[in-house]
Design a protein around this ligand. Sequence first.
Ligand SMILES: Cc1cc2nc3c(=O)[nH]c(=O)nc-3n(C[C@H](O)[C@H](O)[C@H](O)COP(=O)(O)O)c2cc1C
Length: 186
Amino acid sequence: MRFEPVESRPRHFNHFYPTTVAVVGVRDGERVNFMPVVWHGGLSFDPPLFGVGVSPKRYTHGLLTRATCFGVSFHPFEQARLIQQIGSVSGRDLDKAAALGLEVVSGRALPVPLLGGFYAALELEKTDELATGDHTLFVGRVRGVWEDESAFAGDAVSPAAASLLYFGRYRYGRPQAGVLDLGEGR
Ligand SMILES: Cc1cc2nc3c(=O)[nH]c(=O)nc-3n(C[C@H](O)[C@H](O)[C@H](O)COP(=O)(O)O)c2cc1C
């Protein structure tokens, strides 16, 4: 076990991985743009709020700053290569949807683009943006939820059907079905 006192940047900062990959979709005039994020999470149940951490280096950052809404989608393991491709090029340089032949699903509650193939997706109305160090936390209020019922076992996400996990350094995985069900948590 190693201990590292930290002044600025630790050698590793991925101890909260593996985490699911979310794909942020936002309109870009007549076009749409997508980028994967692993820095994301639920922030509030009521109102339902979800946040994504986006570096100002990303083309998506400027789009989100100007946007009133954005989409977030969650994808199965089978889409890992596609998501890696989407996260390896910038909308600054090319129209990803056209160049990669992406399926785009239009939001129903809000005019947000969603990357096709998801097992769950959120339509978010932007409510806040907070500078958090070298990233910006964009917060959205959930105005619509898409879910493939087969990807949910009861109220929980089914590991067999869902969830692309990211381990860092472009390594992806899927959850093993070894779920420990602790009932009500008692
Ligand atoms: C799996 C994966 C996760 C990523 N997570 C984040 C993230 O949480 N925040 C971020 O700013 N960039 C993240 N990136 C990098 C952006 O997705 C990547 O730079 C992308 O090409 C930006 O596209 P854009 O310039 O069109 O916005 C991630 C990339 C990959 C492949």
